[in-house]
Write a new protein. Structure first.
Lengths: 137, 394
């Protein structure tokens, strides 16, 4: 049910861990839903120079987390914000349909991390509130 | 492959397949046909019925073959509720039932029946006193699982049966996970109906049965010809029924040794995995299926464990939402009050006769490593669940 590429990112996830002095942190999902992701970014000259993650969730959630950190690294913030759930899924050679909502938290977590960075650096709070949990829990 | 998912299904025993083969080939007759070919098929079914009856200490005429355990459960609940609807419209079951009971009960609610869902305690046990309190003058049937395939707990069936009898309410038991795993004697238990499935005791898929105590009123699910004494129409699945008969014969013969074999391995798993930090045994510690060890592992999710175990050629099950097609946490764990965040870390090992000591050693070696690896990836664990304290779902 999972692609080879997804299984590779699940089995050997890239960029696992915390960045203690992260410039931005984004949290998406919650453990009641079954998937929760914390994404850390390091920003220099408007560019994401490092990204790490911690994820509680199924194989797809972990692979998505690994992939989004890979995709985000080296991108400008504007470029990173254009990453969508669909582009993460495509980069993993697809996600099973039932995993598209629940486990595809990467793009939202990244957006929140960038908003966190911007709010810290501009003093203006981002709009990334709430929690988009689709599981009905 | 090290197979620890016998609650999902069992492999077919070679003797069972051998018994079935002629009925796929030369003995292809329709049991209703009056000539020799048909008569041979009819005799084979009757023989299988006798063997299934003997496994649970029933009479052959009290066994109706079905296509599955789920069909037997549907048949029991709907068949009795509809047959007795003149005398009442109230049904009692528990919150920790299999979907084939819960969803049938819900379908009956849509038809105007009233269903009481009895809670279970944190070990998955139904309290017979709760059942008694729920009985009203309109109650026609009580249905309860004999043993849970998810948490292994064996319910106090005899006590509930006595209560049902005292109140003249029909009592159905979903014994799909129990028949072939523990001794099941319908006379001793005092039940009116009992569901079973052949593939749970090394028989084929596509064969189940409902024990219907002599004199019990029930209407069919499937109308048509006079097969199964008019209780279930449709040309019989002769090879599968023959296989179920053979599997029942072997289960009766070998039950004690099978139980001893899996119990030893189960206890080793409970001891070995249960000692990992923040891993909790689910279900009752003593009153549980001899081949069943189930846990919730905090801070990680079940599907990840299953995928990593599979990479080590180890196969198990999980009641986590992600592993279910419905993406909902197991109703059994939810009914037991396990917070859904923890229910996501459900993992279930169910043993069979082919499992070895080496299988269990490999599991006890690999699983703690996998748990550690997934916890390294998880944001939870070091500070517990952090500010995301798990909530109990109601």
């Amino acid at each position: 049910m999972y692609s080879k590429k997804l299984m590779d990112h699940f089995t050997n996830p890239r960029n696992v861990g915390e960045i203690p002095d992260a410039d931005g942190v984004g949290m998406e999902g919650n453990p009641t839903c079954g998937d929760a992701m914390k994404l850390f970014i390091k920003v220099e000259n408007d560019k994401i120079v490092d990204a790490k993650f911690q994820t509680f969730g199924c194989g797809a959630a972990i692979a998505v987390s690994s992939m989004i950190t890979e995709m985000a690294k080296g991108k400008t913030l504007a470029e990173a914000l254009s990453i969508t759930k669909e582009s993460v899924a495509d980069a993993l050679d697809g996600l099973p349909p039932q995993k598209m909502h629940c486990s595809n938290l990467g793009a939202d977590a990244l957006r929140k991390a960038i908003e966190d960075y911007r709010s810290k650096h501009s003093g203006v709070a981002g709009e990334a509130g709430g929690n988009s949990c689709y599981c009905g829990a | 492959m090290r197979y620890f998912d016998h609650v999902a299904t069992n492999p077919l025993l070679p003797e069972v397949l051998d018994a079935m083969m002629p009925y796929f080939k030369e003995q292809f007759g329709n049991p209703l046909s009056p000539y020799d070919l048909g008569i041979a098929a009819k005799m084979a079914i009757d023989d299988a019925r006798q063997r299934v009856a003997e496994l649970i200490n029933a009479k052959a005429g009290e066994i109706a073959f079905t296509s599955s355990g789920a069909e037997a459960n549907n048949f029991a609940l709907k068949g009795v509720a509809l047959a007795k609807q003149q005398s009442g419209n109230h049904i009692i079951t528990s919150k920790a039932e299999h979907h084939s009971i819960l969803n049938t009960a819900r379908s009956l609610e849509k038809l105007g029946f009233v269903v009481t869902y009895i809670p279970v305690d944190k070990e998955g046990l139904v309290d017979p006193k709760d059942v008694e309190k729920a009985i009203t003058k309109d109650t026609t049937i009580i249905s309860c699982a004999h043993a849970s395939s998810e948490v292994g707990t064996i319910e106090p069936i005899k006590e509930i049966a006595a209560i049902a009898k005292a109140h003249k309410v029909t009592f159905h038991v979903d014994s799909v996970a129990a028949v072939g795993a523990i001794p099941v004697d319908v006379a001793e238990l005092g039940v009116d109906l009992l569901s079973m499935a052949a593939h749970q005791f090394y028989g084929p898929k596509g064969a189940g049965a409902l024990y219907i105590r002599g004199g019990q009123r029930i209407v069919p699910l499937i109308y048509g010809g006079i097969q199964e004494n008019g209780r279930r129409a449709g040309t019989e699945n002769v090879p599968a029924i023959v296989g179920m008969g053979k599997a029942a014969e072997l289960a009766k013969r070998d039950l004690t040794s099978r139980m001893e074999h899996v119990r030893k391995l189960r206890d080793k798993i409970i001891d070995g995995i249960g000692r990992v930090e923040n891993v909790h045994l689910t279900g009752h510690p003593q009153n549980r299926l001899p081949g069943h060890a189930s846990f919730v592992v905090e801070y990680i999710e079940g599907e990840g464990m299953l995928l990593m175990l599979q990479a080590q050629e180890i196969v198990a099950a999980s009641g986590s939402a992600c592993t279910s097609k419905a993406l909902k946490a197991s109703p059994v764990l939810t009914a037991m009050g396990v917070p859904s965040s923890m229910a996501h870390g459900s993992i279930v090992f169910s043993l069979g006769i082919a499992n070895t000591e080496e299988d269990v050693d490999a599991l006890i070696e690999e699983l703690p490593k996998i748990i550690r690896r997934l916890r390294e990836i998880s944001p939870f664990g070091k500070g517990g669940w952090g500010k995301l304290e798990p909530e109990v779902e109601h």
